[in-house]
Design a protein around this ligand. Sequence first.
Ligand code: BGC
Length: 940
Amino acid sequence: MNDSTMSPTVSSLRAEYRSDTGFVAIPTPRLSWTTSTGATDWTQLSAEVEQGGQIVVVDGRDSVLVDWPFAPLAPGEVRSVRVRVTGSDGVVTDWSEPLVVEAGFLGDGGWSAPLVKAASPLGVGHPLLVRGEFDVPEGVVRAILFATAQGVYQAEINGTEVDDQILKPGWTAYQHRLTHETTDVSALLRTGSNVIGVRLSGGWFTESFGFQGKEKPFYGTEPAVAVQLVLTLDDGSTRTVLSDDSWLTFADGPILSSGIYDGETVDARREPEGWSSPDFVASGWERAATVSDFPVPTPRSSPAVRVIEELPVRDVITSPSGRTILDFGQNLVGRLRITVTGAEGHTVVLRHAEVLENGELGIRPLRRAKATDAYTLAGGESETWEPRFTFHGFRYAEIENWPGEFDPANVTAMVIHSDMQRTGWFDSSHALVNRLHENVVWGMRGNFLYLPTDCPQRDERLGWTGDIQVFAPTASYLYDADGFLASWLEDLALEQSDRHGVVPFIVPDVLGGFSAPAAAWGDAATVVPSVLFERFGDRSVLLKQYRSMRDWADTIVALSGERMLWEGNFQFGDWLDPDAPAEYPAAAKTDADIVATAHVFLSVDLVAKAAVELGFDQDALRYRALAESIRAAFRREYVTGSGRIVSDAQTAYSMVIMFGLAEDAAEEQRMGDRLATLVRSSGYRIGTGFVGTPLVLDALTRTGHLDAADRLLTQTDNPSWLYPVTMGATTIWERWDSMLEDGSINPGEMTSFNHYALGAVADWMHRSLAGLAPASPGYRDIRIEPRPLPEFDYATTSHQTPYGLASTGWRRVGERLVVTALIPANTTAEVLLPGAGASFTVGSGDYKWEVADRPTAADVVSPALTIDSDLVEIIDDRATYESVLAAISAVDSDEARNFRAHTKWLPGRSLADELMMTSAVVVQAAEEVFAEKARKPSDQ
Ligand code: BGC
């Protein structure tokens, strides 16, 4: 919290994008800084940026992603930058701590190392050891390693690994873009003979991708690695060591096989001792073959992947068939580290799964992914091992053939993902909603491993565009995902340019030709850059992606033809609508053509907005006019005179309200009212799929139906956000009912227990329930608008905005509501307090306001309800509704299930009408609820 005596200081000076390394990927990295101060209403009047004695003044408030104000960095150059700022009060801060940036890139034509690989390959993706010897002269002051692979690698120098990163260089659209890591290895070298050793495997490069029996390696079959080591001597001269055909490869090393999907098999006896140290005699090693035809590697700008957390075994289970299964208490992504002692040649096998079924590992959802690791002991001393080039999505692991007594302390789950900075938090009085939020965080952690994936466990783990299209706002709140997603967008644009504007289903695209333009999936091209601009103020990503955004919009406008309606083509539509059959997830209530044209409008609208921002005036006019024509066409075709949409379904209304497709405010309100009616009619259980779910609570909120939003969010019946939580979920599921109520796994072909898409609701929890949203790009201006919901006593959220920590929240105290907010320096906030008619603006500082609480459901005296009351009155009195359900369940669980699933909670019908066709005991049980209430009116 603010200390008002604290004088302003510049903190956290940083260069784009990675905060985990001093190396920068481009010659002119933008700079950001935050100012901490106890003063309220603090804004920056100007800033001075100093480097090498040169001071550049930045006038005004800019402090986020400020253009590099000096000469571009040359390859290998190191510079030290400082910032000091002058506040609106005229007070000048001290200089910040220096930020040392080092060019992490080579110059044009600077990459000269070929890839090296096995001259006689042993099979698809077969792992290799690679070694190169080189001499280091006296006087080396610095050694920088640039390395990349077609495959995945780790480098060692003289027996020491160069860093703690995993699965380098990650997965990019390899045919277009290879990235290298830049590492300072000065401390690992010695004068004289040195060795670079590389452990190498196929990873994503040689993995078999595809569906319907057409799985095959997409990029290639042999892993290869390229290494370029630049030594700087004390006289300023440089020497470069390159991988080449004098390097040696060894195919009989410890890793027998390794695959992203299948897992890794290792025989520790085969580790050649000292193989990456100078004195090793490399007998049986083979000279490497070289490959020169590959894209020039560029520095990776997205964060490294590392072990982020370690989880101990929570429980050891003996399964009905007698197997030993470990429960880590959390569905996670990573792998196991084991410490084991046993005889040479003894093999321990580790199998992974997300859930148990009938007490055994539930592996059917993994499809063809074997997710199995095996380790053969070298024998003797205790051995610690963790697979290197694979990862699994699991909560449970089966341990087979453990030598001797099993001690769970010898197994640890290593959680791995891209090492982004955590930036978003949420808390409330509702324990299940808190767990839901936690599950969203874990869902993101499991699916942000170099690229945003659909799921981390089965034979997909692909960059499905639709999934990140809906999840990008949530991701951008929870973690600093700017560099990560900007990097993925580069691949999206490259893949798209290969397909004349069509964005493939997945990026990187390994389905070759399987893709068609698909609404809500391809729109990742327009939505994700817009989100990065809105949340991080990252204007350059908007500029870089502008062509891709426009090409996608042009493609789908062309498909919409003269009628300006995108009709009849393949669509995923409102994928996984809970009313669609398990085996046909595209059969949603909202017509796929309606979803398609709504997204044409969305994308064209976003291009128009980007054009305005970037100053492309002609385009701005053109795309604005196009958007208006699409809106007119949409309304002409799909909206009736009274404002109904021809697919009278929640997703249809939610899209129109949130994309801004309604004619005017009055029509939007009518649609919101209809949406609320539909939401209640389905018993406040979810009625939307991939497209509608991220929108529905916002659409209800915007049209004033907060009580309906409250009921929908806090519903625990299937389908709902909280149903999985009540079933013990620790991540977000792909399907609302990935696990059925009887504990069995949904029989559908796609049943993952770790899919972030439906967790996109968390963004609404931050922005609307707790009430913290950006009002201008990058949170330069903040919107504080908390919405206390009846089911909650408090809700709070914090976000590390690019300007510093912001937080807000509200709490019921007696009959008052206390709202607090922390507004970071150099921002302003527009505040709309609950129940207030008008907003007001505040500057930075710590605030507390009190307003009258509106009556909650518990305070309202219910009307005297009877079995003859209208269904709408009954469901809107939550306590009575729940008592009726409980009473029916107690006498007939099948009837209760039918009643829950099929009752339409619409006005004009009584509960007695609804129960007409059920048994007398059910009616009697319901009647007893009302009789009981009549006897104890004070309980209501
Ligand atoms: C993936 C989804 C993806 C979908 C496309 C699935 O197999 O897991 O998340 O978006 O296919 O329909």
